[in-house]
Design a protein around this ligand. Structure first.
Ligand SMILES: [Zn+2]
Length: 176
């Protein structure tokens, strides 16, 4: 990094800290030429793609919105902020590696559900229920049955869902 005072490119890092859930790294540097100190920040760039919604509308990808949805799904579950951040980073990395400028919201939802299912099945169902708006309850239950290890156990944790009666899982077809 070029020194902002003497413009020499010769410095050493004296302190490194991460903040903002690990998305930002702050480095204190000392210029080896003039001895002055300066600070640099390194950020994970939020993906710049646009999201194609179901109705065809295009909106900028919104990490904060995704995080809020995940926090709601993980409410009172044993999932840390770091785990949520990691999940978001995985999803963004998938988006960036597969799409240049636009991605369908469905792709994001499905990736989130895949990773969330590996962490916590109750959070998965909560997220999925909001994501799919119960528009087609039977499809929803069928898809979920395939993703869940123990649907009955998950249902017991979901008494608070607005319309739990719609969530009737077909008889589990254990494929493991
Ligand atoms: Zn300098």
């Amino acid at each position: 990094m070029r020194c902002p005072f003497c413009h020499q490119d010769n410095d050493k890092v004296v302190d490194t800290r991460t903040s903002d859930d690990g998305f930002v790294v702050r480095r204190r540097r000392t210029c080896c030429a003039c001895g002055k100190r300066f600070t640099t920040y390194e950020r994970v760039e939020a993906t710049q793609v646009r999201v194609i919604k179901r109705n065809g509308q295009r909106v900028p990808y919104d990490r904060q919105k995704l995080r809020q949805g995940l926090e709601r799904a993980c409410w009172k579950r044993q999932i840390s902020d770091t785990q949520i951040s990691t999940l978001i980073a995985q999803v963004e990395s998938d988006i960036d590696s597969m799409f240049e400028t636009e991605v369908e919201s469905q792709f994001i939802g499905e990736r989130v559900m895949q990773y969330l299912g590996e962490l916590d099945q109750v959070a998965l169902v909560r997220f999925a229920s909001v994501y799919r708006h119960f528009q087609d309850a039977s499809d929803f239950a069928k898809d979920l049955t395939e993703m869940l290890e123990d649907p009955d156990d998950v249902l017991r944790h979901l008494k608070h869902l607005q319309n739990p009666t719609k969530l009737r899982f077909p008889k589990a077809n254990k494929k493991r």
